[in-house]
Design a protein around this ligand. Sequence first.
Ligand code: SAH
Length: 224
Amino acid sequence: MSFKLKRNQLVERLVAEEVIHSKEVIRAMGMVPREEFVRREDKGSAYVDTPLPLFKGQTISAPHMVAMMCGALELRVGERVLEIGAGSGYHAAVISEIVAPKGSENPGHVYTIEIHKLLSEFAKDNLNRTSYSRAVTVINGDGSKGLPEHAPYDKILVTAAAPEVPKPLIDQLNPSGILVVPVGDKHAFQVLRVLKKKQDGTIEVKDLWGVAFVPLRGEHGWKD
Ligand code: SAH
């Protein structure tokens, strides 16, 4: 079976399971070739709905988690998005399909930070090969401090688990912006927290589901 067919079947299943609700997320997940963002030996498993190992003990998130986070972010064309934890670059590519679709008159942009140099190079290679580098910029560094040079952002997501919500990320969010971040224990037992910044600057917090992410490192992450 071709990758395209497997990809369509996976997306159809996620829609049937009510993991994906929006047509923008359906379109984006149906476009991005996940097989180009996993290790060569894992290409055959690219459309199994599971995380897969990358390098340095890190993982590419499961497709259902990517879809759920994209839904929670309420992404729109033209938005500027910051991702902490580029990993393979896959999630950033999916977001860019929504905020900066090809041919858009008002394309948004995705900035994604990765603390491991090797993984930031992996993400860059994958995004270059698949032409998503036009809408995604990969930066090597500690994203727990955000990325002040391109702030503010309409949406921010953290794809690693933080001990608590890093304050710089709240500061770098636009009014009406949304921040999605897993918060909790260092290994598993975290909750996916959604923070909405209102026009007057006050923050509304909602906890969605239990999740299991690798730990966020850096200044506002886990130290040991
Ligand atoms: N979004 C990724 C999955 C990322 S896994 C994808 O689509 O493939 C989480 C990533 O966060 C790991 O690659 C890890 O190295 C990175 N990470 C952990 N702490 C970080 C920090 N402080 N700044 C930037 N990246 C960090």
